[in-house]
Design a protein around this ligand. Sequence first.
Ligand code: SF4
Length: 370
Amino acid sequence: MDEIKSNNCEKITRRASRAVRVGGITIGGDAPISVQSMANRDSHDFAAVAEQTELLFARGCDIVRIAVPDESCVPVFEYCRERGITGPLVADVHFDYKLAVAAAARGADKVRVNPGNLGGTDRLLAVAEACGEHGVAMRVGVNGGSAEKKFVEKYGGATPAALAESALSYVETLYKHDFYDIVVSVKSSNVKTMIDSTRMIAANCDCPLHLGVTEAGTARMGTLKNAVGIGSLLCDGIGDTIRVTLSAAPEDEIPAGRDILRAVGIFDSGIELVSCPTCGRTQIDLLGLLERLEPRLDAIDTRGKRIKVAVMGCVVNGPGEARDADCGIAGGRGEAALFCRGRVVGKVSESGAEDALIDEIRRIIDGAEG
Ligand code: SF4
């Protein structure tokens, strides 16, 4: 076999994209990848929407989207500001471009439209003009139902190419009219379609990209579909903001999104937990240990450090298999070995393993590991 050339494949090189300001945060450029969710309370009930929005921001959501189904809902953004909500808010508008124009003027930081259902280029440009006037960004969304008819006909259906070309044509139109604060998304419930069309867009414009699989389903399958779709693109370096769409409470979308970023290694601080699958050599109650440990690790503030922690079932293979971990434990009979970067540094009883590992992590955070 020929020598396999190393391409430093662990490192993700992010696609260069234009930086777009959305309220207090930036999407694209070298800004961290943001995690979004969407309020699902009745948009006419401002207090309920604001309460849910506060909860989403408190749970670590970076951007919250709010549906604007009719004109009476437009003041919800001003209401949220009056309540003291400062995080970025996005107005979600379908069909009626006037709602997007009004939301841009009245407190939204970004408007999300599907140009294909606004009813013509003039209306899209009217939204862009309002956005430009008020320093508001626009998300240009395309899905199977809103792809341009001419491209659907050209490609014989709402294929990835039809979706991508639709999105790119809207970008071209907006750029021609000097509106550049655009984030682009292609949504599909088909993971492969979402991946392929987003790759095409990524290769043909400099807009930051919003990733997500739509109508993904319940928490279990929805998280998996999004992990495959969003995760594949992130591994290619594509994607600047994500939403894990789930048929679940919106606040459940946030940890799912953060976990996808962690799973592909895109996180600046926090703990990455790796653990072995267990086998016939396992001599401790590894699954019970992990169940207790995971929430404790989630609660640790690593003060900007990124720490890899391994929990392995046996001392024969564990420390070696997890040698790139900053610290970890490997089970023995009634005891566990504590190791740091593949080297065993001590032994603890099985019952003391959990606390010993936490202590070691704290030493790493304090810069005092042995
Ligand atoms: S670390 Fe040990 S117990 Fe775990 S899977 Fe590998 S060999 Fe089995």
